[in-house]
Design a protein around this ligand. Structure first.
Ligand SMILES: Nc1ncnc2c1ncn2[C@@H]1O[C@H](COP(=O)(O)OP(=O)(O)O)[C@@H](O)[C@H]1O
Ligand SMILES: [Mg+2]
Length: 453
């Protein structure tokens, strides 16, 4: 046992002893109050007995007087309001029940404020209170139900029983709930201090849904597996070329020249992938930092079209730019907007029609009731288009309609994932419209900056 655990056990024992002492004191006080009431009755009764013996008082009068005294002792020191409430048929609220009610309200409020699902049980394991998240997690939950009707998990029920038997102060269990949806949940059963009030909570159970954490963990694992696979493929071919050059092709000048070219292109592919991975992680890290610069979409689109002119020419694609008449200014990080437009225009050149055309258009809309105007850029190609089942998944990392075609064209499958993250940071929107055989249009829409900005 560690020193920390030993200390916490001692503290727990001290607190428990203190509370038990307080409960004992409370019951002593009750006994004391009873004796205070009975003593005057006993004293007066003794005097009546003496008076009856000496003939100074008749027996029926003495019996009536003692009965009157017992009745007075029984009702004293109840306040008069109790009688009025009883006579009026109303429930009488004593100071003690009022204090209990206040205490109940305050611990219910604490349970409601717990940011995860939580419920409290009394010393019999009956549900006293549960918060909203617990009600969402256990649809059958209702105050007054035994815990066994709230959850069927044997581990959880056993943990509650052990806590109620004061065997352990805190027990962690894991449960897999299958209804209404399957999820993994971590539950912590904590034993609370014993209280004078028997209806006070004795056990607190809090729950943490691990499903989201599992999903993120799975996403991370898949991402690492995908990234390693993407890197391993060019690495394996590089190693194969090196081995061939060291062995069978050692003295073959033609093979050496060809292999070195192929090796250079594999190395380039690895560099592109690493650049995209770094770019994605940088964008992800900054996704919560609002951009500070001011960018004119007209100017940025013209800059990107011009810089991609050589790529378009190599694919015999003609790029046309249609600008908005006045500057289309947005709050943005210029480098990131360049990256978005580059990705979209490069995709249009790569996956569009060879010898085809790409149109880049900057525009402005003022949707009614939106309180401001929107500016957008759309990139349209006249290529083969994308089948509808792929559209919702295009922005997933490493998702490609055809892995072979993307690799042949120097793609990494990360471009649109980067675009999506950048647009999230800019609170902008990406829409993809495409039909097989009818080309594709990718539109990014931003809030336009007001004139004074
Ligand atoms: N304009 C387009 N026309 C047809 N398919 C496209 C277009 N743009 C993107 N795609 C599809 O979306 C996939 C993902 O794009 P992206 O994330 O940029 O990855 P990459 O370009 O590296 O392959 C591409 O592999 C391609 O299959
Ligand atoms: Mg791309």
């Amino acid at each position: 046992m560690s020193l920390g655990t030993a200390l916490s056990n001692i503290r727990w024992a001290e607190r428990k002893a203190d509370t038990e002492a307080r409960i004992a004191a409370a019951s002593l006080t009750a006994r004391h109050r009873l004796s205070v009431r009975l003593m005057p009755v006993a004293a007066a009764s003794s005097i009546f007995v003496i008076l009856v013996l000496f003939g100074a008082l008749s027996l029926p009068a003495a019996v009536a007087a003692v009965a009157g005294l017992v009745f007075a002792a029984a009702i004293w020191p109840l306040d008069v309001t109790a009688f009025i409430d009883v006579l009026a048929g109303r429930p009488h609220v004593t100071a003690i029940s009022r204090a209990t009610e206040t205490e109940r309200n305050s611990w219910s409020a604490v349970i409601d404020a717990i940011p995860t699902a939580a419920l409290a049980l009394d010393a019999n394991g009956t549900l006293l209170h549960s918060n909203r998240l617990a009600a969402e997690m256990f649809p059958k939950i209702r105050t007054g139900l035994p815990m066994s009707q709230v959850s069927r998990s044997p581990d959880l029920l056993m943990a509650v029983d052990r806590a109620l038997a004061s065997e352990e102060e805190r027990i962690d269990v894991e449960l897999v709930e299958r209804v209404p949806v399957e999820r993994r949940v971590a539950a912590t059963v904590s034993l609370l201090m014993p209280s004078v009030d028997t209806s006070a909570p004795r056990v607190l159970v809090t729950f943490r849904d691990l499903t989201e954490q599992d999903r993120l963990g799975q996403m991370r694992t898949d991402f690492i597996a995908n990234a390693s696979h993407e890197l391993r493929t060019p690495l394996a071919s590089l190693r194969a070329f090196v081995e061939t050059l060291q062995g069978p092709a050692r003295d073959d000048a033609n093979a050496r020249k060809r292999f070195l070219q192929l090796m250079a292109s594999q190395a380039e592919r690895m560099t592109r992938l690493i650049d995209d991975l770094l770019s994605l992680s940088r964008v992800e890290m900054r996704v919560h930092l609002p951009p500070r610069g001011i960018v004119d979409l007209n100017e940025t689109a013209a800059y990107v079209c011009q810089s991609l002119e050589p790529v378009a020419e190599a694919a015999s694609v003609k790029i046309t730019l249609l600008r908005e008449d006045s500057p289309a200014r947005i709050r943005a990080d210029r480098e990131e907007i360049v990256q978005v437009l580059q990705n979209l225009i490069q995709n249009a050149i790569k996956y569009g029609r060879e010898g085809g055309s790409v149109e880049v258009r900057v525009g402005r809309d003022t949707p009614p009731g939106s309180g401001g105007s929107k500016v957008w850029v759309n990139v349209t190609d006249d290529g083969p288009g994308i089948a509808p089942e792929h559209l919702p998944r295009l922005t997933e990392r490493f998702y490609r309609v055809s892995v072979v075609s993307s690799r042949d064209k120097g793609g990494t499958g990360l471009g649109l994932a980067i675009v999506k993250h950048i647009l999230n940071r800019h609170r902008a929107d990406l829409r993809i419209a495409s039909r097989l055989g009818a080309g594709s249009t990718f539109t990014v829409t931003f809030d336009e900056l007001g004139g004074a900005a």
